[in-house]
Design a protein around this ligand. Structure first.
Ligand code: ADP
Length: 643
């Protein structure tokens, strides 16, 4: 039975739990799918736009190369963050920027011998003073500004060697600062005036000096001037580096890194590609994008590329919580549950990844749905449980009723047999006698009458019990004088109680308040208690029936000096079919219904029944019937099961 019920509860519960988990999983998957679809749509749009972005950039680079000198294209692109560095070629495909240095022949070849003589004086003879004069002569004679500038530069070098620093600085800054020598270059194509200015700064070596700061400003401006295409890139980088070393206070040259990358690319002897797209360059961690037409090659460091695309994407109307990552080949996405796609035709090998930084919006909707599933599940389980409890209760009740019926039938048949058998015996004895002895006949008839009364009471009790048990006992409320109950009960037992060895007293208080109740039922209760008092007392019985008023109740008290009831027994005697084991005291058994009937009747009147008893001394039962409440209805079950 228990197993069956457990199965009835467990099976649906397990099914519901399984359904719930499945439903919750599905809900999460659905949200994930929704998210993925959403991302995919976004990614498709982004990829197309990214292709457009690169195509546009390649076009723009080409246009710039047409409109500006190569060095200006370089500076403009890097300054505007269009690339980390740039390679520019001329129409013939020759490298235009970074500007290569090249040998520069002098126009005035006749001065070669004079120059050789001056060089000899400077280097071989170690006569800087004489050499400086020789260089000064060459400068004075020179018609070619390049030669003059070179001679002044050499003269300044010699003057510095003989500690004539002021003269040297004057030559380097003032003489060579003249407009005539602005574009003068040395034999390797380097801009003389720029080198001269650096040398002057090295000689002065005092940043507080006015000439120093003016020269430093001039040199800085020269290095930042990308319109002037004379200075080769290698010289520019060298001077930038030297100037920074000389005066670390100076701000860093923003184009220095770009120059470095371009120089490295140029040194790598790589071919200029024309394939549209962003491809790995000859340098590690550097990517190249050729312009339309292929005259410009934009160079990007990996991080620079990712940053630029990030900036570009942030300008797109992406939802705020969406995280876009641009992944170079081999890099895996970092965001939560990312959706990845290729980065488009222009970035082969690269990938785009979208993930939601804050999934709470999606999760909240999933959670809401999951909560609905949970509650439905809980509801189903709870109702299954409730139904199981109900069924258990009904089945238990049925079983109890079945037991009750069996008990009742067994008890009734057993209890009826005894008085019937004794009556049969008495009648047979009388009939068997040859003559009727008047005195004996009277005595036997008296005994038969007593058995008959006992039988009637028994049957009465069974009927009462049966009706109470089925809630079919029809209580008939009337106004009752408590004395009427006392008198009726006393009359019912008087015959028996008048036997020798039995003393019966009635102690009723005068003027007891009127009760509302069922008089017959109350008499039955009191008579049951009086019967028990008689039954469970020894040879010398003393039974007292009291009636008094207390605390708004009328009390009927039945006291005896009989065998008494133990404390444990006292707690159980009101349960139906419960009987204290009386085999030792030799008292004939009852049926165990009397007290349960008493209790049911008293409860129906809104009252209580108490027992005060001591083994061997006697028992006192007190019925308290409230005056006000009157009859409250049926008593429910006439007792509880014996446990
Ligand atoms: P029954 O008397 O038919 O056995 P009751 O319900 O009237 O059933 O009583 C239940 C048990 O309570 C009895 O078996 C008896 O042992 C005990 N009992 C009842 N009244 C008394 C009493 N006045 N003195 C001692 N024991 C009693």
């Amino acid at each position: 039975m228990v197993w069956l019920l457990t199965l009835v509860v467990l099976l649906p519960t397990a099914c519901v739990l399984w359904f719930m988990t499945q439903a919750m999983q599905n809900e999460r998957l659905a949200v994930q799918q929704e998210l993925t679809d959403f991302y995919r749509g976004q990614l498709d749009v982004l990829r197309d736009q990214l292709d457009g972005f690169w195509a546009q950039r390649a076009e723009r680079l080409a246009q710039m190369a047409e409109q500006m000198p190569a060095s200006a294209v370089f500076a403009e692109c890097v300054d505007n963050d269009l690339a980390d560095s740039l390679i520019v070629t001329d129409q013939a495909g020759q490298l235009a920027y970074p500007k290569p240095s090249r040998d520069f022949a002098l126009e005035d070849g006749e001065e070669d011998s004079a120059w050789s003589a001056a060089s000899r004086l400077e280097l071989k003879d170690s006569d800087p003073l004489a050499a400086s004069k020789a260089y000064a002569d060459i400068a004075a004679r020179a018609t070619d500004p390049n030669l003059a500038a070179r001679a002044f530069q050499a003269q300044a070098r010699c003057l510095a060697r003989v500690q004539k620093f002021d003269d040297a600085v004057g030559l380097l800054t003032q003489t060579l600062g003249q407009d005539t020598y602005r574009h003068a270059v040395d034999a390797r194509g380097r801009l003389i005036v720029a080198d001269a200015e650096l040398r002057a700064l090295q000689l002065i070596n005092d940043s507080s000096d006015e000439v120093y700061s003016a020269t430093a400003d001039r040199l800085t401006a020269r290095l930042l001037d990308y319109q002037d295409t004379v200075m080769p890139s290698s010289q520019r980088r060298f001077l930038m580096m030297q100037l920074r070393q000389l005066d670390p206070e100076l701000p860093a040259f923003s184009l220095f890194d770009a120059e470095e990358i371009a120089a490295m690319w140029a040194e790598s002897d790589a071919e200029l590609s024309t394939d549209p797209g962003v491809y790995p360059s000859a340098l590690t961690d550097v990517w190249e994008l050729p312009s339309t037409g292929g005259h410009v090659l934009a160079l990007y460091r990996t991080e620079g590329l990712r940053r630029r695309i990030g900036q570009w994407a942030s300008a797109k109307a992406l939802p705020t919580d969406v995280l876009l990552e641009v992944l170079p080949p081999g890099r895996e996405p970092g965001g939560p549950s990312p959706v990845v796609s290729t980065a488009g035709e222009w970035m082969p090998g690269w990938r785009l990844s979208l993930s939601l930084e804050d999934r709470s919006m999606f999760d909240a909707s999933a959670e809401r749905q999951i909560a609905a599933y949970l509650w439905t599940g809980v509801l189903v389980i709870a109702s299954t449980l409730a139904m199981a409890v109900l069924i258990a209760w009904a089945v238990r009740r049925q079983i109890r009723v079945a037991h009750l019926k069996n008990d009742l039938v067994a008890t009734v048949s057993h209890e009826l047999k005894t008085p019937l058998a004794s009556m049969r015996l008495l009648i047979d004895t009388l009939l068997d006698a040859e003559e009727f002895d008047g005195r004996r006949v009277r005595e036997y008839l008296h005994l038969i009458g007593r058995e008959n009364t006992r039988l009637s009471r028994l049957i009465e009790n069974f009927l009462t019990f049966s009706r109470l048990e089925q809630n079919r006992y029809a209580f008939k409320p009337t106004d009752i004088r408590p004395m009427d109950i006392v008198d009726a009960a006393a009359a019912a037992v008087r015959d028996r109680f008048q036997s020798p060895g039995c003393r019966f007293d009635i102690e009723a208080a005068p003027n007891l308040p009127t009760l509302v109740g069922d008089a017959d039922a109350l008499v039955t209760a009191v008579v049951n208690l009086l019967d028990n008092a008689y039954k469970y007392s020894g040879e010398d019985k003393h039974i007292i029936l009291r009636a008094f008023a207390r605390d708004g109740c009328v009390c009927f008290q039945i006291q005896d000096n009989g065998v008494g009831i133990s404390r444990v027994g006292g707690r159980r005697v009101f349960k139906r079919f419960y009987q204290v084991d009386q085999t030792l005291s030799g008292i004939g058994s009852g049926v165990g219904l009397g007290l349960s009937i008493v209790r049911a009747i008293v409860l129906a009147h809104g009252g209580t029944v108490d027992l005060d008893s001591e083994i061997g001394k006697g028992s006192t039962f007190t019925l308290r019937i409230p005056v006000r409440n009157g009859l409250v209805g049926h008593a429910g079950e006439a007792g509880q099961d014996v446990t």
